[in-house]
Design a protein around this ligand. Sequence first.
Ligand SMILES: NC(=O)c1ccc[n+]([C@@H]2O[C@H](COP(=O)([O-])OP(=O)(O)OC[C@H]3O[C@@H](n4cnc5c(N)ncnc54)[C@H](OP(=O)(O)O)[C@@H]3O)[C@@H](O)[C@H]2O)c1
Length: 185
Amino acid sequence: MSGKKERNKERREKRLQEISLLRTIPYSDDQRWWSQETVAVVTGANRGIGFEIARQLAGHGLTVILTSRNISVGIEATKALQEGGFSYDVHQLDILDGESISAFVEWIKQKYGGIDILVNNAGVNFNLGFDNSVEFARQVVDNNYYGTKNMIKAMIPVMKPSAASARIVNVSSRLGRLNGRRNDG
Ligand SMILES: NC(=O)c1ccc[n+]([C@@H]2O[C@H](COP(=O)([O-])OP(=O)(O)OC[C@H]3O[C@@H](n4cnc5c(N)ncnc54)[C@H](OP(=O)(O)O)[C@@H]3O)[C@@H](O)[C@H]2O)c1
């Protein structure tokens, strides 16, 4: 392994150790800006990273709404999470479907009045190397860019005004970074 790769690996491992250590330190009461009244919505939470984000937010005591484009799968995921002893709410949501988004926003307004946190996690990727295609690229841009943008536009009006807790978290990827890319075209 080259010196640079070796150093990068060491840096990554050190960072992972730091993160593991931070996770073991409980938050003190004055550090907790959230409570059970803090409502967090996670998109694409029926599996993968979204599922884990939902689990950890509920573990910290927030009210978590798990969303899934297939409601049956979402309900199953919610049941699996509830076995961990925390409560979750669940709703259907497809970030590419305007009607699904509108129905979700209406439900949020009626049931919760608004939300504090939006985690835009839903996304697709096709890391297929040379087997990739323009069609897959289009699906990535549709879901990961326009889908996320749809959600931000729809949810900002129902975000509760709060200096402490209102936030939108966009789960992204290093693959989406444009810096350092050459334009050979
Ligand atoms: N895993 C990685 O190494 C990695 C690295 C960098 C970034 N990310 C990003 O992290 C996020 C989660 O990744 P993951 O690995 O957990 O992916 P995953 O296991 O493929 O899960 C993606 C989730 O997004 C949902 N989804 C996709 N399109 C949707 C739509 N139109 N409406 C609603 N939900 C939709 C999927 O629903 P279905 O179950 O119905 O398909 C699934 O719940 C993605 O945004 C991804 O780009 C992941």
